[in-house]
Design a protein around this ligand. Structure first.
Ligand code: FPP
Length: 238
């Protein structure tokens, strides 16, 4: 029951679909935006824990290409929360050793947020300790369409898997070993479809604002109990 995490077998890259903010708020009779606010607190908590545990890359699905369908109030409320988080932690980000990067078409975000994201990603681009990758106005299908368009523009005809990989936002990142989606839904919803070919998937029932270090450790232990074969056969121990 109290099995420890095997530090030699940590996932290098964890992807997180932060679901359940709205349900968390509804349960408390709060407006949805309060759920997102609690979601930012969870993101801060989990990022710190992941870094402390020795995870190298963490990717968060913060805003999808489909999320524009939500009310204006909610959409711009989420952008305001992200802007506030970046402003409040700006010094820590630019003086620390974490690389902050984004994936998705951030040019469509409000100007102030877009410019701050460009600034923070530029100032942290050479950091090596840890990577926080934020998916914003991101959809995996658009990412693939963009990749194929880029390859076509380069005149590529015989396209290899590596050619595609190199055109994705995640070109310089390892594929996610583990993808966590909170709140019980068992689907990827257009998140890293190409990159997740061999990811282990984990769907805890807990809503994202309640996710913490204990939950993260539980997810890692579950990951470590899986038999990752990458298409190979099980290697028997002698
Ligand atoms: C999904 O829950 C959550 C979102 C669409 C937004 C998540 C965004 C944040 C937590 C802000 C990220 C912050 C930074 C700094 C990157 P939902 O609203 O779909 O929940 P529901 O399914 O219960 O309604």
């Amino acid at each position: 029951m109290f099995k420890k995490i095997d530090m030699q077998n940590l996932p290098v890259h964890i992807g997180i679909i932060m679901d359940g903010n709205g349900r968390w708020a509804k349960k408390r009779m709060l407006p949805r935006i309060m759920g997102h606010r609690a979601g930012v607190d969870a993101l801060k908590r989990v990022t710190k824990s992941a870094k402390k545990l020795g995870i190298k890359v963490i990717s968060y699905f913060a805003f999808s290409t489909e999320n524009w369908k939500r009310s204006k109030e909610e959409v711009y409320g989420i952008f305001d929360l992200i802007l506030k988080h970046l402003k409040e932690n700006y010094d820590e980000f630019v003086n620390g050793n974490t690389k902050i990067m984004t994936m998705g078409d951030i040019s469509k975000l409000p100007k102030e947020l877009y410019e701050l994201l460009l600034d923070v990603t530029e100032k942290t681009k050479n950091n090596t300790d840890f990577v926080v990758n934020i998916a914003l106005n991101y959809g995996s299908r658009s990412e693939l369409a963009r990749a194929f368009t880029n390859l076509a523009k380069k005149g590529k005809v015989d396209i290899t898997v590596d050619d595609i990989k190199n055109e994705l936002y995640t070109a310089n990142l390892p594929d996610p070993d583990l993808i966590i989606r909170t709140s019980g839904e068992k689907r990827l919803s257009n998140f890293m479809l190409f990159q997740s070919a061999y990811s282990e998937l984990y769907f805890p029932k807990i809503h994202w604002p309640d996710f913490d270090e204990k939950q993260l450790k539980k997810a890692i232990k579950e990951y470590q109990s899986r038999d990752r074969r990458f298409g190979n056969v099980k290697q028997e121990k002698n």
